[in-house]
Every structure is written in structure tokens, then in C-alpha cells.
Design a protein around this ligand. Structure first.
Ligand SMILES: Nc1ncnc2c1ncn2[C@@H]1O[C@H](COP(=O)(O)OP(=O)(O)OP(=O)(O)O)[C@@H](O)[C@H]1O
Ligand SMILES: [Mg+2]
Length: 231
């Protein structure tokens, strides 16, 4: 395990028991993600993408194998440590946006920094800067239901990035968007990745989205089938 890795996994396996039948969702995945990567995990439905991402983020535990995030072995943390660690190290972007409906755009983006005890002035500055970066200036006072899906996902991207986590993790971030909006969003994420050097790992089915990744890891039946780095 290299110290500069954001993510390292070693022979991760996950087996579910479903009505007495064993489902081998992940079957021995070794993966290293280094700082600044912009990587897509792709593969057919049921190939283990979500299961694997949930293990990397500590939301789910592997049946065997080890996972490190920012050099920390996840299996050595208890539940409380893990949830604090997740909050500080990972920015999540969800398929269904998962914004808090009763909070404004600004408040949604500010929320994690509130939990982290960042000062009000720093919070205000960072939120304003981040909303400008994702092209949402002037919309900070709106509630999420008054935004389009693409705009809501921009809020989610701003929320995920604003506290500068080690890893931005997104399971099918464009699945609820039309392909043009999804591609635009990925272009924006790619630009933010280049500008900030933040590390992005996302899963997708969408070939247009896949094309925008700088590294594509193909899962098939819970194993890495191909791992292609571009340029
Ligand atoms: N909680 C669970 N209990 C039992 N089996 C599960 C569970 N979660 C996932 N599986 C099974 O594990 C395999 C991998 O599922 P997973 O959701 O990781 O695939 P995926 O690549 O994310 O698929 P999709 O592209 O449809 O989102 C599938 O066979 C699935 O049915
Ligand atoms: Mg999935």
C-alpha cells in the first residue's frame, strides 16, 4: 500500500446470502487510486459497482480483504469513528441528488462545514465561491425543488467538494439526467478535477460519461476485467 494512494483495496470479496443462495457480488478486487485521478467504474448491471463503492466508503463491510482510505484501514475503525471519518474524507454525490428539501441551496452546501465547526465567515466565502464554480450564482436562496435535475446535481457537486475531501465518490451520478445534461455535468466535474487536483471516483452505465473519464475500470462478475488509463 503506497502512502500517496487515496484508495487501496486488497483482494476485496463480498458474498451475500440471499434465501440460502450465496451471491458473490465482489470477487477479489485489487485497486489503487492515487491523488488527482478521475476514474470511472463501469460494468453491466449486477457486476458489483455499488457493492464495491460502498465498501470503499465504509458503508458496507467486505466478507474478506482490506480497504484503505487515505492510508487508514477501514476495518480498524468502529462505527462512530467511521462516520466521522467518512464525513471528513469523502464527498458523496448520489444518483437521486439527496439534497435537504427544507434547506436553501446555500444551506445545503454549507451543511457539512457546519458539522465540522468551520467559522461562519469562512463558510459563507467557500459556499459563494463553490456555487460560482458550478455555475449556480444567484440561485443560493432557492430551495432544491425549484431547480432542474441538472441544477440539483450541481448543488450536490458543490456540497461534495466544498470541504475539500480526499475523495469525491459518486455512484451513477448522471443516471437521472438526460445524456446531454449528464455529459455537461461530467465535463464540469472533469474541469473541477483538473483545477483542484481533487480525486474523483464514479460509477456509470453511460458511454458518454465513460468517455470523459481519464481511467476506466471495467468490472465483470465482481472482478476487474480491464483497467485502462488514457493519455
Ligand atoms: N444487499 C444485498 N443482498 C443480496 N444481494 C445483493 C445485495 N446487494 C447487491 N446484491 C447482489 O450483488 C450483485 C452486485 O450488485 P451491485 O448492486 O453491486 O451491482 P451494480 O454493478 O451496482 O449494478 P447496477 O448497475 O444495476 O447498479 C448483484 O447480483 C446483486 O443482486
Ligand atoms: Mg449500482
Amino acid at each position: 500500500m503506497s502512502d500517496t494512494n487515496v484508495v487501496t483495496t486488497e483482494n476485496i470479496q463480498k458474498t451475500y446470502a440471499e434465501n440460502g443462495v450465496e451471491v458473490h457480488a465482489v470477487r477479489g478486487v485489487d485497486l489503487e487510486i492515487t491523488k488527482g485521478e478521475f476514474t470511472a467504474i463501469v460494468g453491466p448491471s449486477g457486476s458489483g459497482k455499488t457493492t464495491f463503492l460502498n465498501i470503499i466508503s465504509g458503508l458496507d463491510k467486505p466478507s474478506s480483504g482490506k480497504a484503505w482510505l487515505d492510508g487508514n484501514l477501514l476495518s480498524e475503525m468502529n462505527g462512530r469513528e467511521l462516520s466521522d471519518f467518512r464525513r471528513d474524507k469523502i464527498g458523496f454525490i448520489f444518483q437521486a441528488y439527496n439534497l435537504i428539501p427544507v434547506l436553501t441551496v446555500e444551506e445545503n452546501v454549507e451543511y457539512v462545514m457546519l458539522l465540522q465547526g468551520v467559522s461562519p465567515e469562512a463558510r459563507r466565502n467557500r459556499v459563494a465561491k463553490m456555487l460560482a464554480e458550478v455555475g449556480l450564482e444567484g440561485l443560493g436562496d432557492r430551495v432544491p425543488t425549484k431547480l432542474s435535475g441538472g441544477q440539483q446535481q450541481r448543488v450536490a457537486i458543490a456540497r461534495a467538494m466544498v470541504s475539500h475531501p480526499k475523495l469525491i465518490l459518486a455512484d451513477e451520478p448522471t443516471a437521472n439526467l438526460d445524456s446531454k445534461t449528464g455529459s455537461e455535468l461530467l465535463d464540469m466535474m472533469g474541469k473541477l478535477n483538473s483545477e483542484t487536483g481533487m480525486t474523483f471516483l464514479f460509477s456509470t452505465h453511460d458511454t458518454l460519461v465513460m468517455e470523459r473519464a481519464r481511467r476506466v475500470v471495467v468490472l465483470r462478475d465482481g472482478m476487474i476485467d480491464r483497467d485502462e488509463k488514457k493519455g
